[in-house]
Design a protein around this ligand. Structure first.
Ligand code: PEP
Ligand code: MN
Length: 336
């Protein structure tokens, strides 16, 4: 399932040019778009950033919908947005990650879609909270939405330094277990924040058994008014679609999911080790400048004790001690 289109509808030309190029690529490559996406009201962090073209954009999108036969989907933050979509014959809306942190607002949106035959895409909230995401999904299901689809776009993480958001795959994997009939798609554009990582993350998502991808695509990404680093050209989308492999029927799918979770944790450990060394360098400078010794053993013993719990088995405790000692030795060598 493909949900493709610009981060934001910026102008009539941009919307129609992107749609025309996508139609061409899609016909040539044989990959069908299930929805054309575009933000009309953009929830931006900075108040002076481009915040969407507003209602006029709904008319452009409505034309794209008629011309190409793709349903259009738009982000809504208020019941008024839902009513406007309905007026322009747009019946798929999405709840963004920022709105998704506020259950009161999500309930207002659920009450608003009750009146129309809406399909609702529900992004995971900015906070890594599976119950909050599931609660939001249930609100729309209870409101009688035509269909509810979850969209995983990763979670902000202070430690993440490769992607814009941490992949936190364990959350959608758990969602799949708790709601096995729900379709889940991945939004690699907002997860990665850069086109560089989109093929890799998209393939991982398909390997996990996601039902599709929501990808940002602009006819001229360099000139985009928002998210210019992460939008593909229609041609790049065609290449991506041609190279991805759907492997959901692999017999060892569960094993694959667990292995990738492990790989994810290993990536985090290696990133943390690097960060730890950076802090060690700063500590070394402080000690040098203040004429303090490199080794302060009583300090280290306290650190080790914090990680050992009385109910852990002896073999595991031994492993943790050895691991932390190794880490400590490496830091001392570096400081020296
Ligand atoms: C978007 O899809 O344009 C968007 C704003 O996404 P998110 O809510 O995931 O940040
Ligand atoms: Mn965007």
């Amino acid at each position: 399932m493909w949900i493709v289109g610009p981060c934001a509808a910026e102008s009539e030309f941009q919307v129609k040019e992107t749609a025309a190029q996508l139609a061409q690529v899609s016909a040539a490559a044989g990959h069908r778009l299930n929805w054309f996406r575009a933000g009309v009201w953009k929830p931006r962090s900075n108040p002076s950033s481009f915040c969407g073209a507003g209602e006029p954009a709904l008319a452009w999108l409505s034309e794209v919908q008629r011309q190409y036969g793709w349903p259009v989907c738009v982000e809504v933050m208020t019941p008024e947005h839902v009513a406007l979509c309905h007026r322009y014959d747009i019946h798929t809306v999405w709840v963004g990650a920022r709105t998704a942190v506020n259950p009161t607002q999500v309930q207002l949106l659920a009450d608003a879609v009750r009146k129309g035959n809406f399909t609702v895409l529900v992004k995971n909230p900015l906070v890594p909270d599976l119950n909050l995401w599931m609660g939001n999904i249930e609100r729309f299901q209870q409101a009688g939405a035509h269909e509810v689809i979850a969209v995983h776009r990763g979670c902000p993480d202070a430690n993440e330094n490769v992607y814009r958001n941490a992949p936190c795959w364990d959350i959608p994997v758990k969602l799949r277990v708790k709601m096995p009939h729900l379709k889940i798609v991945c939004d690699p554009s907002h997860l990665c924040g850069s086109t560089k990582w989109i093929p890799q993350i998209s393939q991982i998502a398909l390997n996990y058994g996601f039902n599709g991808l929501m990808v940002e695509c602009h006819h001229n990404p360099k000139q985009a008014l928002s998210d210019e680093q992460q939008q593909l050209t229609p041609q790049e989308w065609g290449t991506l679609a041609a190279h991805l492999q759907v492997r959901t029927n692999a017999p060892n799918h569960d094993l694959f999911c667990q292995r990738t979770l492990l790989e994810n944790i290993d990536t985090q450990i290696s990133q943390l080790l690097l960060k730890r060394m950076e802090v060690v360098d700063v500590i070394a400078d402080i000690k040098k400048n203040n004429n303090l010794p490199v080794i302060q053993p009583q300090q280290w013993q306290l650190v080790v004790e914090r990680y050992l719990k009385p109910d852990q088995d002896e073999a595991y405790k031994q492993f943790v001690r050895q691991f932390l000692d190794l880490l400590h030795q490496a830091s001392i060598e570096r400081q020296k």
